[in-house]
Ligand binder design. Structure first.
Ligand SMILES: NC(=O)c1ccc[n+]([C@@H]2O[C@H](COP(=O)([O-])OP(=O)(O)OC[C@H]3O[C@@H](n4cnc5c(N)ncnc54)[C@H](OP(=O)(O)O)[C@@H]3O)[C@@H](O)[C@H]2O)c1
Length: 261
């Protein structure tokens, strides 16, 4: 699917150095976007940038300038501000913000056995980091009266799963934040939507999932397969583009039919 309006625009994908974010960065670069790839580990960022450059719409010398890596921990506002300054200096103001960094931390345990530190770490990694990235980039989007934001939730926020209760609460917070922000920013022409995936077979998960567990998961998805990073990336490109110009405040469940609200 081609979205010509995206060509030449600037995207930042937080968590773009791995998994779903990396595939999303590839798809957006494939649409001709100038893309900044974020993560914390410089080696992972470097590898992702090379991969994304190879998938750029005009791969070649120009892609080297059009796809950049920016290291920053999304839970640290000063680092996020420095990242924004670097992206704006090297690529220009951000039109599309995919706030994808995060993930489950630790093994799920009953609430009364969850350590306070683990609760805070999970909330920080998923919800607070989303807030901090938005806090940094929103003033520019407000001023320009333009922008498309895509946040990242999880099926865990929609129905009880085996995920940690802190992760579930954090992702439910992302959905609520998305709706509230969309309401606030709609009159300015800035759209905010959310993707909420069920199990997505990233490289990290594929190596870890026991075969029996995978079979059980498959049976829970009417479409008969687990998700791929590309499933989420394609929905994100649609939400980023003007093809979805009358959609805001939505959470799209990229879930193979496991959740049908
Ligand atoms: N995979 C799934 O089944 C699934 C399902 C539902 C929702 N999700 C959500 O989708 C998002 C991506 O998940 P994934 O499975 O693709 O994970 P992943 O393969 O582990 O990739 C996570 C990415 O986020 C970056 N990251 C993590 N914490 C960060 C921080 N504090 N600051 C900056 N970057 C950070 C990682 O790089 P560094 O570690 O180098 O920082 C990496 O680039 C997460 O928000 C996750 O909760 C995933």
């Amino acid at each position: 699917m081609r979205y010509p309006d995206l060509r030449g625009r600037v995207a930042l994908v937080t968590g773009g150095s791995g998994g779903i974010g990396r595939e999303t960065a590839k798809v957006l670069a494939g649409q001709g976007m100038r893309v900044a790839v974020n993560g914390r580990d410089p080696a992972a960022i470097e590898a992702a940038v090379k991969d994304v450059q190879e998938h750029a719409w005009d791969a070649g010398e120009r892609a080297c300038d059009a796809v950049i890596g920016v290291a920053a921990d999304g839970t640290d506002f000063a680092a996020v501000e420095a990242m924004r300054a670097e992206v704006e200096r090297r690529l220009g103001p951000v039109d599309v913000l995919a706030v994808f960094a995060g993930g489950g931390t630790g093994r799920p345990v009953p609430l009364d056995r969850l350590a306070e530190d683990d609760w805070h770490a999970t909330l920080d990694a998923n919800l607070t980091s989303t807030f901090l990235v938005l806090k940094s980039f929103l003033p520019g989007m407000r001023e320009r009266r333009a922008g498309s934001i895509v946040t990242m939730a999880s099926l865990a926020a929609r129905l009880p799963t085996g995920a940690s209760i802190a992760y579930t609460a954090a992702k439910a917070g992302v959905i609520a934040l998305t709706r509230q922000l969309a309401h606030e920013l709609g009159p300015l022409g800035v759209r905010v939507n959310c993707v909420s995936p069920s199990t997505i077979m990233t490289e990290r998960l594929a190596g870890r999932m026991p075969a029996e567990f995978e079979r059980r998961l498959l049976a829970e998805h009417p479409l008969g397969r687990l998700g791929t990073p590309l499933d989420v990336a394609n929905v994100t490109a649609f939400l980023a583009s003007d093809a979805s110009s009358w959609l805001t405040g939505l959470t799209i469940d990229v879930a193979g039919g496991k959740w049908m609200p």
